[in-house]
Structure formats: structure tokens, C-alpha cells
Design a protein around this ligand. Structure first.
Ligand code: NAP
Ligand code: F7E
Length: 346
């Protein structure tokens, strides 16, 4: 057990919630930054022995005050506007949060003279690789093609610049997509697993998607927060890719998720006219809406996490099929719970 203090920004998000539990189990004193209106996402932290503070990544004074007050051993900077498509719609505020917010943290640590005592994890992203050919690792040239990717890349370079210029201990985790039952409902995996559960429960007719042929390397968030922690336990700061090394299309994710509830999907048509049909009943379950496509998508992400395996001893335990079962089952359970409490109330 440790007596270390951790400060997590983005603690109400998917990774923040997993990381907080993981660090508490290790004996950490955990502090977290939350926005004042975090009503829904804050409920997932109920029952955890953590201290929460109101703040915002764009409020440098507030971050400076919190870092000074908490005096953490480790800062996990997970806060971000993390939805790539939304970053095309609100690029300016996204840049304030995802890039300037990171600078606010790095510079607070520097100005407070904590370079020697604080270790920082920066949540970088495989989206920074953009159109660079797969498989991608720490040596792959970055070629982002979304405002989100560009903002994360600027933050990545700020972290490296502060490391090289001021000897700050800051490590970039270049994480490929990782999911769970806590994944936001607007990300494609959770949108699919929720729809599968809702369709099974008779509460939804159809699932509407965008680019089905996009390829992602999907892992489980539970595994990835372990990698974040391992990065900060090394003698020297460095940058690491975390990924499963397996690539699947969105289309395959849909097929496996429906197969989990015994439905086989047959695809018919092309482009925006394509539909996914229930083989047994002939009913259309999936259709395409052009509004869900991005101005430019990253088409093929596949990570090579050899460095993390060799230097951190990290490798994932959960792969594609188990990830999908875990997510579909969790969404089925919440429909069942909802149905049972509705029956009790009635
Ligand atoms: P997430 O579920 O979207 O969580 C984002 C968190 O950031 C939430 O707690 C959110 O708070 C907080 N936040 C947003 N804007 C903020 C602001 N202005 N001030 C303070 N907090 C703010 O994201 P995630 O999936 O856990 O990802 C964690 C980090 O890893 C993010 O930086 C993401 O970009 C990065 N990343 C994620 C993946 C992935 O596949 N999950 C892959 C690579 C990198 P509210 O609850 O108030 O909205
Ligand atoms: O999209 C396609 C979409 O939004 C995955 C974030 O955590 O990982 C995540 O970003 C793919 C894309 O994740 C829908 O076009 C099709 O090709 O689930 P997503 P993402 O964009 O890969 C990276 C590593 C991060 O860092 C980000 O923070 O699925 N797709 N139809 C769709 N995507 C969504 N969201 N919704 C659809 O209906």
C-alpha cells in the first residue's frame, strides 16, 4: 500500500472513474476536478472515498490553486472534450480545453516549483496518427486530420517541451480506443451496445450509424488505466502507445454485438443506402445517415504496443469479443433494472 496523493482531472469520465477505483485500491489518496454541473456523471463516483473540487481546465488560477493545495505526487490529466466529431463543430472551445488546459497544468507545476516532486500523465491519443499508415507506434509520424487530433498533438508537444526544457516528469500515453460500459453514449461502441439491448427489450426499432468501414483497435478501459499508472512508476518519463494490436471495423462490431443476442445481420445496398437486416425476420435493424459522417475520418487505426510491453510489462487482458460481451451485458442489465423498477412503481 502507498501513501501517495493523486489528482485526476476528468475524474467523472470513463477513464477517470476506472482510474480512481484502481488508485484507491492501491492505497492512494485521490482528489478529482469536476465541473459544477456534473450531475449525471458524478453519480458514478458515489461511494468512492475521494475528494472532489469544482474547477475547469480553462481556469488557470483555479488549477494553480488546486495543485498548490492538494500538493499531489501524481497528476493524471484526463479532462478533455473527447468526441472527435464534436471537435469539428466546436473547435475553438475544444482547443481551449484540450490544449490550453494542458498548458495550464504544466505551467502551474513549473511556476509552483514542483518540477521535482510531481509526476504528470498526459492523455494523448491515437487520433494524432490520423492518416499515417498502420500499425502505428511511438516512432510513427503524426498526421492528424481532425481538430481534436491537432489539439491533442499540440498538447503532446507541450508536454515534451516542458519535459525537455524544465525537467518536468511528464509522460504521454498515446492510447488507442478503449471502451467499457461507462463509455459515453455518443461513441460508436456504446451507441451500438445500447441499441442492441434496447432493440432486444422492444424499446428501439433501428440503429442509425455513419461510417461502417472505419477500422479501430478497441481495448477495455480497465486495462488501459493500469498502463497509465505504470507509466508514472518508471524512473524516467517517456511516451508509450497502449493498444491491443487487433483491428476491427465498425461493421464487425455491429455484427458481433447483435450475434451476442442471437441475431445475424445481413448487409444489403451500398453507401448511405446500405441497411443491416435481421436474417431471420427480414426486418431492417441498421440504417445509415450521412449526417453521422465526419468532414474527414481516420480510417485505419491499429496500434503496436511493443514498447509498453517491454518497458512497462503492460499488455491487455481483454480483447474484442470479451469487450463486446461485457458492454452488451451491462446494457442489457440496465434495461432489465429499468423494467423491474418500472414494474415495482406501477
Ligand atoms: P470522457 O469519458 O469523455 O471524459 C472526459 C472528462 O473530461 C469528463 O470527466 C469531463 O467532465 C471532463 N471535462 C471535459 N471538459 C472539461 C473542462 N473544461 N474542465 C474540466 N473537465 C472537463 O473521456 P475518456 O474516454 O474517459 O478519456 C479520457 C482522456 O483520454 C481524454 O483526454 C481523452 O481525450 C483521452 N483519450 C481517450 C481515449 C478513449 O478511447 N477513451 C483514447 C485516447 C485518448 P464532465 O463529466 O463534466 O463532462
Ligand atoms: O468513432 C465511426 C466514426 O466516436 C469511431 C475517442 O475516445 O478514440 C475515440 O475517438 C469510428 C469513427 O471514436 C458512428 O466515424 C460510425 O470512424 O467511437 P468514435 P473515435 O472517433 O475513434 C480516440 C482514440 C480518442 O482519442 C477519442 O477521444 O466509428 N462511426 N458511425 C461512428 N462514430 C460515432 N461516434 N457515432 C456513429 O454513429
Amino acid at each position: 500500500m502507498t501513501s501517495k496523493i493523486a489528482f485526476i482531472t476528468g475524474i467523472t469520465g470513463q477513464d477517470g472513474a476506472f482510474l480512481a477505483s484502481f488508485l484507491l485500491d492501491k492505497g492512494y489518496e485521490v482528489h478529482g476536478l469536476v465541473r459544477w454541473d456534473c450531475v449525471d456523471t458524478c453519480t458514478r463516483l458515489e461511494g468512492l472515498d475521494i475528494q472532489l473540487y469544482f474547477g475547469d481546465m480553462i481556469d488557470a488560477n483555479n488549477l494553480n490553486f488546486l495543485i498548490k493545495t492538494i500538493n499531489p505526487d501524481e497528476i493524471y490529466n484526463l479532462a478533455a472534450l473527447s468526441h472527435v466529431k464534436v471537435s469539428f463543430e466546436t473547435p475553438s472551445s475544444m482547443f481551449d480545453i484540450n490544449t490550453k488546459g494542458v498548458l495550464n497544468i504544466l505551467d502551474s507545476v513549473r511556476v509552483l516549483g514542483l518540477e521535482r516532486s510531481v509526476r504528470i500523465y498526459q492523455a494523448s491519443s491515437s487520433e494524432m496518427f490520423g492518416v499515417s499508415p498502420a500499425p502505428q507506434n511511438e516512432e510513427t509520424p503524426f498526421a492528424p486530420c481532425s481538430p481534436y487530433g491537432v489539439a491533442k498533438l499540440a498538447a503532446y508537444w507541450l508536454a515534451r517541451t516542458y519535459r525537455d526544457s524544465y525537467c518536468l516528469y511528464v509522460s504521454n500515453g498515446i492510447l488507442f480506443n478503449h471502451e467499457s460500459s461507462l463509455r459515453g453514449e455518443d461513441f460508436v461502441t456504446r451507441k451500438i451496445t445500447q441499441a442492441v439491448a434496447a432493440i432486444e427489450a422492444g424499446q428501439q426499432d433501428m440503429l442509425t450509424l455513419g461510417n461502417l468501414d472505419s477500422v479501430r483497435d478497441w481495448g477495455h478501459a480497465r486495462d488501459y488505466v493500469v498502463g497509465m499508472w505504470l507509466m508514472l512508476q518508471q524512473d524516467e518519463p517517456d511516451d508509450y502507445v497502449l493498444a491491443t494490436g487487433q483491428a476491427h471495423t465498425v461493421r464487425e462490431f455491429v455484427e458481433r454485438a447483435f450475434a451476442h443476442i442471437g441475431i445475424e445481420i445481413l448487409w444489403k445496398g451500398v453507401g448511405v443506402n446500405e441497411v443491416g437486416v435481421n436474417v431471420k425476420t427480414g426486418k431492417i435493424l441498421i440504417n445509415i445517415d450521412s449526417k453521422l459522417f465526419r468532414p474527414k475520418d481516420v480510417n485505419y487505426l491499429l496500434g503496436d504496443a511493443s514498447k509498453a510491453k517491454e518497458k512497462l510489462g503492460w499488455q491487455p487482458e481483454i480483447y474484442f469479443d470479451e469487450l463486446i460481451s461485457d458492454m452488451v451485458n451491462a446494457d442489457r442489465r440496465s434495461f432489465l433494472d429499468g423494467w423491474e423498477s418500472w414494474q415495482k412503481a406501477g
